[in-house]
Ligand binder design. Structure first.
Ligand code: GZL
Ligand code: ZN
Length: 377
């Protein structure tokens, strides 16, 4: 069998294992009927997308599928650079762990991992370092959307394929080879659609704690939420400030919001779970009640483990997932690139939303203990 045919057979086998692997993530989550226009479902028929929904194997779970899904079938170590946003949130921690689990030496990779500490200059420097080290592939989770053209051109001139992951950039898509991530605008739309369903015509005076300035996750969630909010004349967004996706940031912004708007607001939207934890601390300190039994409706994004625990407890009314388990999908793209196989330029990683017990919704799954127990992050 000639090499090309052999590699095609290997890629097909890998693709089959990816599909088999996606069952590994089954945590009893029902796939909610995505509302019309929700494009968060991944490109149909794209075998690499299935890998994005395969969580790292839970304790004692069959690890062959996940390893095969991410395994390097080329027979040579593949050197991958990952320029990670930083360590600002639980979501980021889960994403980093996922990359370190998948791009392991046991799976046939040499991972150069740089935590860029939410610093754009450091992230550009990390990518230039990968180019100098002549790595085989570069993966970037871009802190901000802007400022990528020059360094991407340098990587292209050096003949190193680049995969943009997690967030989006403002650059011609000819400057990078593939993108793997989530649709954060849809996450914003889902949050607002759920709020409209929950309020059922009642007034909303909304405070928003945004994510990091200039991050596509912030821009997308804000754009999506505001698009739906504009359809509701009975809603008012009183204020919107960045909490930088951190717990300290969320607490600080909520404290200043309470000073300015105490008694005027009934909805707080936090653009990630860590900001929500900070906002809860600030509201508790001010004797403001929140959650299903409180005066303030609390919406969060990420659906990390602790965020879903608060949702199960009714402290968070609605939590819109953004799936950090993306490394298997990225590895699938790299394997296709390495073996001359086919891969999608854009692969969406699935998201869904969750609501507190007692709430039923067209847009979100009602949280249960078994859903929480079945989560991989
Ligand atoms: C979303 C991701 C965001 C998370 C935050 O795709 O980039 O960054 O929502 C994380 O928790 O800090
Ligand atoms: Zn309305």
């Amino acid at each position: 069998m000639n090499k090309k045919l052999l590699s095609l057979v290997l890629v097909a086998a890998l693709a089959m294992s990816l599909l088999a692997g996606c069952g590994a993530k089954d945590d009893g989550k029902t796939t909610t009927a995505a509302p019309a226009g929700d494009t968060t479902t991944a490109a149909a028929g794209d075998e690499t997308e299935a890998a994005g929904t395969t969580a790292a194997p839970a304790e004692g779970e069959d690890t062959t599928t996940a390893a095969a899904a991410a395994g390097n079938t080329t027979g040579e170590t593949i050197k991958v650079g990952y320029a990670q946003v930083g360590h600002e949130s639980d979501w980021r921690t889960a994403n980093t762990k996922n990359y370190q689990d998948v791009f392991s030496a046991a799976n046939g990779y040499a991972l150069s991992f740089v935590d860029c500490d939410n610093d754009n200059a450091a992230q550009l420097e990390a990518v230039r370092g990968f180019i100098q080290q002549e790595l085989d592939y570069i993966v970037i989770a871009p802190i901000e959307t802007a400022g990528w053209d020059t360094v991407l051109q340098e990587a292209q001139d050096a003949g190193i394929p680049v995969i943009i992951a997690d967030r989006e950039i403002d650059a011609p898509d000819t400057l990078y080879d593939a993108w793997v991530g989530t649709n954060t605008k849809n996450e914003g739309i889902t949050a607002a659609n759920w709020l409209a369903e929950y309020l059922d015509g009642k007034e909303a005076n909304i405070l928003v704690i945004e994510g990091s300035v200039g991050a596509s996750a912030t821009l997308g969630r804000t754009e999506g939420f505001n698009e739906v909010a504009a359809e509701h004349s009975e809603w008012k967004i009183l204020d919107s400030q960045s909490g930088d996706f951190t717990q300290a940031g969320g607490q600080e912004v909520m404290e200043s919001f309470i000073k300015s708007y105490e008694g005027q607001f009934n909805v707080v939207v936090c653009q990630n779970d860590n900001e929500a934890y900070g906002a809860m601390d600030a509201m508790k300190a001010a004797n403001i009640t929140y959650g299903v039994d409180g005066d303030v409706i609390l919406i969060s994004y990420d659906a990390t483990h602790d965020g879903l625990q608060y949702t199960l407890d009714g402290a968070i009314n609605c939590n819109v997932e953004c799936n950090p388990i993306q490394a298997e999908t990225v590895a699938g793209v790299i394997q296709a690139m390495a073996t001359g196989g086919s891969y999608e330029k854009t692969t969406l990683v699935e998201d869904q939303a969750f609501v507190a017990p007692g709430i039923t919704s067209e847009y979100a799954t009602t949280m249960t203990q078994e859903i929480l127990d079945g989560r991989a992050y």
